[in-house]
Design a protein around this ligand. Structure first.
Ligand SMILES: Nc1nc2c(c(=O)[nH]1)N[C@H]1C(S)=C(S)[C@@H](COP(=O)(O)O)O[C@H]1N2
Ligand SMILES: [Mo]
Length: 301
């Protein structure tokens, strides 16, 4: 078969041409049942699994460093300088390292990973990311016995990021994961999307993506990865601990204090297309539920 370039065809065509698609979304066995389930659910499942267009993925963004409205990141990040770029891996490790973006791209092969992004605001997209498991990058260091969590830090550069001139969040943007969450194969270092290098507004040169958690856990433009003993306080926990917990697993049964999390709007669909049901762990429960065995997910939201 002729190799097709992403730029030549629409996402919808890619979707129809690729049989591996549903599988890579993490629906494995359940997708086999698609053909036999009633029409209503069939169409919901189809809506939920369709790739979001390149245009929507790159013009409808949350990236407060470049402004708080959805089009701001696209408009304001085009001249952001992403090279040279170095990431420091430090904290509770035997020997901290600094690794350049060049070394990262030479050492680790990025593969296509199609995952759904569910924003805590109640919308979702399906994005063909390019990336590799964070565990591979983390294996460059040996954590000490004290290490329990990992803190991710985005770049601080108010000269280039005008959003950082205002105290919208406590800059730099920080996020955190438990080490076992960070080591999970679905936790991805993202270097691109739609087969291209990562656009600035999506977190270039490198961001993380955690498919089963709300989008805000997936910090962009990362410069520091720190192994720590205590649970880190993320920027969103700092801003509003009542609304944003450390775990922030996608959970339709735990509402945000100001709105329901039961359903989501699919970006790119016409306004009359109904919202779809939000899935526990964003649909990745088969893979990740065991990380939370015995935990009260209402308490640890
Ligand atoms: N540094 C940084 N990372 C961030 C954000 C941000 O404002 N700053 N927004 C988060 C939120 S709320 C979401 S939903 C996703 C959006 O990613 P996307 O714009 O690539 O779709 O990025 C997350 N990562
Ligand atoms: Mo978000």
């Amino acid at each position: 078969m002729k190799k097709i370039k992403y730029s030549e065809i629409t996402p919808e065509k890619i979707y129809k041409n690729r049989r591996s698609f549903v599988k890579s979304l993490g629906y494995g066995a359940s997708s086999l049942a698609l053909a036999t389930i009633p029409f209503a659910s069939q169409s919901q499942a189809d809506d939920r699994n369709e790739l979001t267009s390149f245009k929507d993925i790159t013009t409808y963004n949350n990236y407060y460093e470049f402004g708080t409205s959805k089009s701001d990141p696209y408009v304001n990040s085009q001249n952001f300088k992403t090279s040279p770029w170095t990431i420091s891996i430090e904290g509770e490790v035997e020997k901290p390292i600094k690794i350049s973006m060049e070394e990262i791209t030479e050492t680790f092969t990025s593969e296509e990973r199609i995952y759904r992004l569910r924003c805590v605001e109640g919308w979702s997209m399906v994005i063909p990311w390019m990336g590799f498991s964070l565990s591979k990058l983390l294996s460059k260091v040996n954590p000490t016995s004290k290490a329990k969590y990992i803190e991710f830090e985005s770049v601080y550069d108010p000269e280039q990021m005008k959003g950082q001139r205002y105290p919208v969040l406590n800059w730099p943007y920080k996020e955190g994961l438990r080490i076992d969450e960070a080591m999970h194969p679905l936790t991805t270092v993202v270097t691109g999307l739609y087969g291209k290098k990562l656009p600035n507004q999506n977190g270039a040169p490198l961001r993380i993506f955690i498919p089963w958690k709300y989008g805000f856990k997936s910090a962009k433009a990362i410069v520091k990865i720190k192994f720590v003993e205590k649970m880190p306080t993320s920027s969103w926990m700092w801003a509003s601990p009542r609304e944003y917990g450390f775990y922030s697993n996608v959970n339709p049964n735990v509402d945000h204090p100001r709105w329901s999390q039961a359903t989501e709007r699919i970006i790119g669909k016409d306004i009359w297309v109904p919202r779809v049901k939000t899935l526990m762990f964003n649909g990745y429960g088969d893979e990740v539920a065991n990380l939370y065995t015995g935990m009260d997910l209402k308490k640890y939201f």
